[in-house]
Design a binder for this molecule. Sequence first.
Ligand SMILES: NC(=O)c1ccc[n+]([C@@H]2O[C@H](COP(=O)([O-])OP(=O)(O)OC[C@H]3O[C@@H](n4cnc5c(N)ncnc54)[C@H](OP(=O)(O)O)[C@@H]3O)[C@@H](O)[C@H]2O)c1
Length: 251
Amino acid sequence: MSRVALVQGASRGIGLAFVRALLERPDVDRVVATCRAPEASDALARLGSKHGDALVSLRLDVRDEGSIAEAAERVEATCGKRLHWLINSAGLLHDDRGVRPEKKLEDADPARLRAVFEVNAFGPLLVAKHFVGLLRHEERAVVANLSARVGSIGDNRLGGWYGYRASKAAQNMFTRTLAIELARRAPNAICVALHPGTVDTQLSRPFSGSVPAERLFDADRAAHQLLGVLDGCEPEQSGCFLAWDGEAIPW
Ligand SMILES: NC(=O)c1ccc[n+]([C@@H]2O[C@H](COP(=O)([O-])OP(=O)(O)OC[C@H]3O[C@@H](n4cnc5c(N)ncnc54)[C@H](OP(=O)(O)O)[C@@H]3O)[C@@H](O)[C@H]2O)c1
């Protein structure tokens, strides 16, 4: 039986490292990598040359629901009706269109807040909406949404970063609610939110200067650590928020 993994947000950073790690695993037959412009990712092209048909790269923009629906149809047509890993990695903290984490209340801007919520919160939910049919099978499946510790309401002592924090808190609620629905509709699917730690990527680089070297993971290490957490997840942990070392984080 062919075992298929999909990584959403796979052009770079932690998502790309998940793709690399999954392609090396003997228990994974095919990896679907999605992002807004797969043809523009040299790293995905190199992996495609090395791994041939084991890697399928597809366009999926989480802010364009039609592209999510289209990707789901393409996955079913090329890989079949069973998905064993669905990893939502796409995230937005800053971009070259003015999105940046707010330092104070006056920095809050509706259009930028909307963009951050659309990618970080609505994205994984809409992906689940269109892929749920591929999670309903008799084998173990995992849905993992890349969250962030700063999305924990209980853990928020520093303030700031209104949009990113709140979008991850909203994503966490979507993940927990989805886990409850999946228990009915896809009972073999375990659904969790994951905190990867601080990882050296384009997303974190402007803000990670003060992080001690031993606490700053490279993306490959982060992906391996998170896959280890997912491999060890028990069905009772569905609906949990887990850190890279397996620790449960308060919502
Ligand atoms: N790095 C950290 O320290 C850290 C810490 C805590 C949590 N996280 C979370 O971990 C996840 C991965 O972060 P990262 O550090 O790997 O970030 P990254 O290097 O900036 O990569 C972000 C990914 O998201 C994709 N993306 C952005 N907007 C998208 C959209 N509209 N539709 C589809 N894909 C989109 C990007 O693809 P394209 O732009 O090519 O489409 C890219 O592949 C995020 O959810 C982030 O919030 C990261």
